[in-house]
Design a protein around this ligand. Sequence first.
Ligand SMILES: Nc1ncnc2c1ncn2[C@@H]1O[C@H](COP(=O)(O)OP(=O)(O)OP(=O)(O)O)[C@@H](O)[C@H]1O
Ligand SMILES: [Mg+2]
Length: 1047
Amino acid sequence: MEGALIARDKVGVQDFVLLDSHTSEAAFLNNLRKRYQENLIYTYIGSLLVSVNPYQELDIYTVTQMQLYRGVNFFELPPHLYAIADNAYRVMCSEYNNHFILISGESGAGKTEASKKILQYYAVTCPTTEQLQTVRDRLLLSNPVLEAFGNAKTLRNDNSSRFGKYMDIQFDFKGAPVGGHILSYLIEKSRVVHQNHGERNFHIFYQLLEGGDKDLLCWLGLERNPQKYTYLIQGRCAKVFSINDKNDWKIVRKAFSIIDFTEKDIEHLFGIVASVLHLGNIQFEEDSNGHAIIRDGSQIKWISKLLGAHLSILQEALTHRKIEARSEEVLSPLNVDLAFYARDAVAKAIYGRTFTWLVNKINGSLANKDSTQKTVIGLLDIYGFEVLDTNSFEQFCINYCNEKLQQLLIEMTLKAEQEEYELEGIEWEPIPYFNNKIICDLVEQKHKGIISILDEECLRPGEATDLSFLEKLEEKVGDHAHFVTRKLADQKTRKSIDWVDFRLLHYAGEVTYCAVGFLEKNNDLLYRNLKEVLCNSKNNIIRECFLLSELDNRRRPETVATQFKNSLTSLIEILMSKEPSYIRCIKPNENKEPGKFDDFLIRHQVKYLGLMEHLRVRRAGFAYRRKYELFLQRYKCLCPATWPHWHGPAVEGVERLIKHIGYKPEEYKLGRTKIFIRFPKTLFATEDAFEYRKHLLISRLQAKYKGFLGKRAYQKKRKAAIKLEACWRGALARRAAKKRTWAVQTIRKFINGFINRKKPLCQENRDFVRLSQYHYLMKLRDHLPKNVLDQSWLQPPSILEETSEMLRKMCMRNLVRKYCRGLTAERKGQLQQKVVTSAVFSGKKEGYLESLSQPFLETRLKENDLNPKVLQLIRGENIKYVTPVIKYDRNGFKARERLLVLTQSSAYVVEMAKIKQKIEYSTLKGISTSNLSDGIVVIHVPEDNKQKGDVILQCEHIFEVVTKLCILANKQNLIKVVKGSLRFRVGSGKEGTMVFTVGPEPQVFKDKTGQLTVVRAQLSRGRQLELPPWISICREHSPPSWEPRRD
Ligand SMILES: Nc1ncnc2c1ncn2[C@@H]1O[C@H](COP(=O)(O)OP(=O)(O)OP(=O)(O)O)[C@@H](O)[C@H]1O
Ligand SMILES: [Mg+2]
């Protein structure tokens, strides 16, 4: 119901109990229609399920659906067969008691389908073992066999059950299905010999002809065409579109093998089925005496073969009747009509009893041999109230059965209600309802009831007829309020009742029965000689069905009605001892059309099924009742005192709750364990409040839960981070510790190595030495001398001194090599000249060192600086060098500005345009300079006429001039560096002396003694010799300084 409360606004109400106008049939139908049109075929009335046949496959019977309903509180989910089945099963398991599910409704309403679906539900959802699998299969497969033999196509239903069925499913203490038992009621035997237009005989005949293989048919003497058999063609619809006989045959054949049928059983069973068909084809004709004889002997031969009966005896039995006259037995021939009657009686009898045998056989295979106690759930699939145009004996029995079941239902429901009220200590309020006991009594009361009267008429000697039976009825029950005949009826009703009819006012409505055939059907006579033939049959099944003991029993067998009454009484007893569940099936239209809701037809069924009655009973007291715990559990959130937990007794909690909600005293009652709510609207209001509150609570819960999840995730992350951190720190610390240990060891080793560094390479100092070697080399790599002049070199450790020296030399060689390779030819020439200079002056003459950085120029003056005349004079000679000089006269030592021109062969002293003196190199006798930085050079020439005497020159670039001169003259060895004084030739055999001295001022003068005194100023180191200004101009042409190696 809780599910219904939620879903009530969607499509009608899921439980009729919640209908506001519960007494209105229109409201009831309206709700049913609304739901049916949405394919919601199930609705509850309390715990009773109303089912409307959908006439289409709905997606509500899947295994998923089964699992959904499994073990779920009955009221939690939308109404379903499975909820009923599951509820019964769960109560059975928990309370260890027996149950039954009564499925009723008119033909085609869906009873059999419902019972099959319940069986499937148990097969799927109950626990089972491999061993029990067979039981499960047998339970499931017993259905197709029973349906083949007991179902037929009727105008109302293509698969109409023509018998009532009660099936017990047995469960062990674990709730596993372990066995079963079937009871069958009143199979419609008349169908074997007669079918109405548009109807068929039992399915098995058509299945055999359609599906049976050739050999089988041949063995049975049958032809495949059903048109050949009288018993199959009366309805003129042997072939039905909706039925696949061939397929069904296969299923039945397979089922036989599973439910323990031997090949012999099957052979005999089909022998009987075929015999019925052959029987139907037997035709009688009158002989000359008006006695019946069989027209064609071929059928009877097949019957004799298949039933294992003697041919002639069988033949005789079909055409004669044995009459016992006193102690004698006389054979009396039958007329044609009686012969046909006898033939049909045999056919009905053997089919009817074979069906009973079949049920017993199935029961044998379903039986659980184990003697442990079991609980059962019974499924009762029984015909509902039947009202046809002409209602006969069968309808009488069926409707009687429904009266009994209705009584059972009312009694049980009322009983349950009353018991509950008493149990709960609530005052019992009598419920107005119609008790149909009065009708049951009318039918079944001993001696006074209709059945007793019928039996009486059947058994009494003399000419009893259906009309005499009717008269008896009028006589004996004519004054009963629920019985009417044409004679007894008032003017108005009389018209609708025939002379042969009687009318019963059933709880569900009036039904008019035609009394014709009642006696014959109730008697169900089979002539004794025919019985004898069957008792002696060689067909095992027939022999088992017709026991010889029956022949000896001289008492008349019980009439059909009495048998039925007795079996119903025992069925009611069986049911009374069990807990009930009800399913009421409704057929929505006569055309088997999905979605069509025929109001008239359904109203009729609602009435016949007693649904309004049931609803009234159910609603008479209270619309809703629930245990305090459950009620409190559901609605506790509506009251602050009970939310979220109520710690006191549930009843007090409920009291607080309803007080808070504001229930009025007339709206509810409190029982011992349950609250009873009288009106649905009270409950709806509570439910609405609950729905509203639920949303609030859910969002609060969601928020809390999300917060909780977030917190949990955060804490998890935090923990993880801390762990990671700890691990990482640990790793770092371990790494650092390792590093420290390593460092300590390394340092220790280093110190050790340092202490022992002077020792030859050994264990203690090896690493240190290697390290210092390595470091020295690495450091050296970055501090190598940059050029040839760079003298820097890293101080090596003592162990590497030798290597260092080698490296140093290598490095130097390499730098020198690089330097040399980088020199131009001109530079090389200059350097070579410097080399000559070095050889001559190094360590001998002052100023040499300072001159080193002064590169020699090619020339100090260009050729163009010479007077053209001079150039003309020395034409032909290659001028190599020109420089301004000061020439001192040989006599007065007067200083004259001259140019010194060096060619490849001679040196010229030039004055403007004149060559003052030419000195051929070949005649050159020597070149002298002083050891001081005075710039004086004396070129010694030979004593001949041409030469005037030695040339005394003073020049700024003394080293350059002298070097160039001696190189050009190739007279390096003629150069002299003198100290103090030198002698020179003045000319014509005279000599002079030149004295070199140091003074405050540089001077060149002729001293008093006539000597040439050259004074070099006391110079600070590096200071240039001061020369007359005109010479200085040449300095402007000086090339950039360079730094030759000082060594
Ligand atoms: N739940 C259902 N889903 C789909 N179809 C159904 C359902 N119930 C019944 N039917 C259809 O209705 C037909 C008749 O159903 P069923 O044989 O169960 O009726 P019945 O009440 O047993 O009738 P009878 O009293 O004649 O045996 C089925 O053959 C099937 O086609
Ligand atoms: Mg059925």
